[in-house]
Design a protein around this ligand. Sequence first.
Ligand code: PXP
Length: 253
Amino acid sequence: MAAKDLRLGVNIDHVATVRNARGGAYPDPLRAARIAEAAGADGITAHLREDRRHISDADIDGLMEVLSIPLNFEMAATAEMQAIALRHKPHAVCIVPEKREERTTEGGLEVAREENKLAHFIAPLREAGCRVSIFIAADRRQIEAAHRIGAEVIELHTGAYCDAHAEGHFTERDRELESLREMSAFAHSLGLEVHAGHGLTYDTVQPVAAFPEVRELNIGHFLIGEAIFRGLEPAIAEMRRLMDEARLRLAAG
Ligand code: PXP
């Protein structure tokens, strides 16, 4: 199996978080996107939140203009975001749940509860040529619902697995990893493309990268933090190396 059959999407939201802390123009997320591309990223991910706390509308305009790798546009299922996505037609749209009071995207989308609404919501995005991805927990019901509404991709939320690892709860971590593994295989068996992300670090990326059905990992916060110490390009290159290593080990059996 070729190493590059696992793509790395670099999430640049938190470059914008640092910029917005002072309200000025630097650090520039577009510059980060260009560096990510040079470091081996296969795509850029950016979440335009309703409250614009990090990425701005102008950032999305700029990314669509300058990027030569695909943009994965993360957004909530709102009419405002749908209009923005339809105007730009990014390569991929990832639908995420969003609560104003949360620090980050805390859980996966409740697709099963809002199946009809979401099916109508994503139809025009698919017609516009965007690959629609749904960010969900590793839960069979949610995966089946994502499949029924016509999503082409699911992104599995790795946050619980990463949190359990960080807190030293290794039994729970292993249980979370096992559900991610089983649900990757289940989603793949339905014909869905499987992505994963949230909270991944150098310590947690390899077991997920080794799931044969996973085609893309989206990673942001850790990489932007690590860039403070070793620079953005080496921070991303090391993540790419770890992903490739896990994948090559898988290919070697
Ligand atoms: N994937 C999705 C759908 C997300 O919402 C996020 C966080 O914005 C990520 C991946 C990246 O998570 P992190 O920044 O923790 O690596």
